[in-house]
Design a protein around this ligand. Structure first.
Ligand code: SF4
Length: 428
């Protein structure tokens, strides 16, 4: 299976431009604002069974990815997706639609879905912006119960007051360069101007920047804002903690949602059917995809918490905030990727006993099939990187970091983690 022609560096798969993987084509669905009806989710599940291997990934950008699609089946699959409203007109337009909006938007604060949609359409319509790097992304965060504070983006808008959004460049809330503020109506034009300024300033470098944070290494944030024709008003960004989207989520207005976690982001098609059923039985019939490898069912009654836990956990979802699998990240590994030589998800599961002793709330262990680190780009207390059926180990870094130990078996890696936990005296 060969890579599709004309791919940009750092490209991400889509539906019109799927990515070849060991188990077949990866078909990624970019769902505007991450919202699906139960009927659409069921249709996606059935399509995955019919044209793929019935496995799905929920990605760290809140996209749903169908696995194991054969090239022969792809045309039929696309025919099925089009009436569901899940297909773009062009692959270039699909690729540039990297807009992530708060998963709970419209539930306790004003609905930003139309802003996200408008931005996506503007990006699609402006062919000059199709030159943006494949992973270039936008975040629109209403800073409600599930803030996107820790989700990296090239250009971010974070609600700082009822009518005001802080504008940030690169990184997450804590390390982005916040350069000004705008109203909700100004989000789309501001995003487009900054994206064009990125391309302009990047083209002036000896080596073009792939992401905004790379550009910021060479160009001051004020210069990017000036190139965008915007006033530069450096300001402090908001600071919010990483949310836990699992279980009953009570909103400030008294409404409630239910979050169902997905271990390693891996879904089997019956899980999608069960999520659709739970959304119809207990919620509004809507499902929202999140970037934390969890689905959220809006509009549930608190009194149904027990029934939701029973239904979702029987279907294979994580419903307990203390479940150690929430502290693990792992890519597909040897079963789905030619670059892997290890069973990453099984090996990560074997390390579940360490995670909460390393980090009480966040991802503590990342098991990566190779140094690309697809499952997690952020720093993690312990990273195992597969190489020749063994693991190199990086501490407090990323999969591309400098290993402290090399070529360990899982038994040796496990023993190393035991020592680390003991030495750190973290909740032994
Ligand atoms: S991290 Fe490496 S092995 Fe894992 S999915 Fe990505 S490319 Fe494949």
């Amino acid at each position: 299976m060969t890579a599709p022609p004309g791919l940009r560096k750092g490209w991400c798969p889509g539906a019109l431009r799927p990515m070849p993987a060991k188990d077949g084509l990866l078909v990624r669905l970019r769902v505007t604002a991450g919202r699906l009806s139960a009927a659409t989710l069921r249709a996606i599940a059935a399509t995955g069974r019919e044209h793929g291997n019935g496995l799905f990934d929920l990605t760290s950008r809140g996209n749903l990815q169908m696995r194991g699609v054969s090239e022969a089946r792809l045309p039929r699959l696309l025919e099925t997706l089009r009436p569901l409203g899940l297909l773009d007109e062009t692959a270039a337009g699909e690729a540039v639609r990297n807009v992530l909006v708060s998963p709970l938007t419209g539930l306790e604060r004003p609905d930003l879905r139309s802003v996200a949609h408008e931005l996506e359409q503007a990006l699609v319509a402006d062919e000059g912006l199709h030159a943006l790097p494949g992973k270039f992304s936008f975040v629109i965060d209403d800073a409600s119960l599930l803030p996107l504070a820790e989700v990296p983006a090239d250009i971010r808008f974070v609600q700082a007051a009822p009518e005001t959004y802080a504008v940030g460049l690169g990184g997450c809330d804590k390390d982005a360069a916040f350069v000004g503020a705008c109203t909700e109506q100004e989000i789309v034009p501001t995003a487009l101007r900054l994206a064009r300024a990125f391309l302009q300033r990047s083209a002036s470098l000896p080596v073009e920047a792939r992401r905004m944070r790379d550009l910021l290494h060479s160009v001051a944030p004020e210069a990017i804002v000036n190139a965008a024709g915007l006033p530069s008003v450096p300001c402090k960004g908001p600071s919010m903690a990483e949310p836990c989207p699992i279980g009953l989520l009570r909103l400030a207005n008294g409404a409630a949602c239910f979050g169902a976690g997905v271990a390693f982001g891996r879904l089997e098609s019956p899980m999608l059917d069960k999520a659709a059923e739970a959304a119809e039985t207990f919620g509004t019939g809507e499902i929202r995809l999140t970037p934390w490898r969890a689905l959220v069912l809006p509009g549930v009654a608190s009194a149904n918490e027990g029934a939701l836990i029973a239904s979702c956990s029987q279907s294979g979802f994580i419903t307990d905030r203390n479940d150690p699998r929430l502290g693990l990240a792992a890519c597909v590994g040897i079963s789905g990727c030619d670059s892997a030589t290890t069973e990453t998800q099984a090996d990560a599961s074997a390390l579940a006993g360490f995670v909460r002793r390393l980090s009480p709330t966040d991802i503590a262990v990342h098991v990566s099939g190779c140094s690309k680190g697809c499952a997690r780009s952020r720093r993690t207390p312990v990273v195992l990187i597969g190489r020749e059926s063994r693991y190199d180990v990086v501490l407090d870094g990323t999969a591309g970091g400098n290993p402290l130990a090399r070529g360990l078996t899982m038994i040796e890696a496990s023993a190393m983690l035991e020592t680390i936990v003991r030495e750190r005296h973290v909740n032994p």
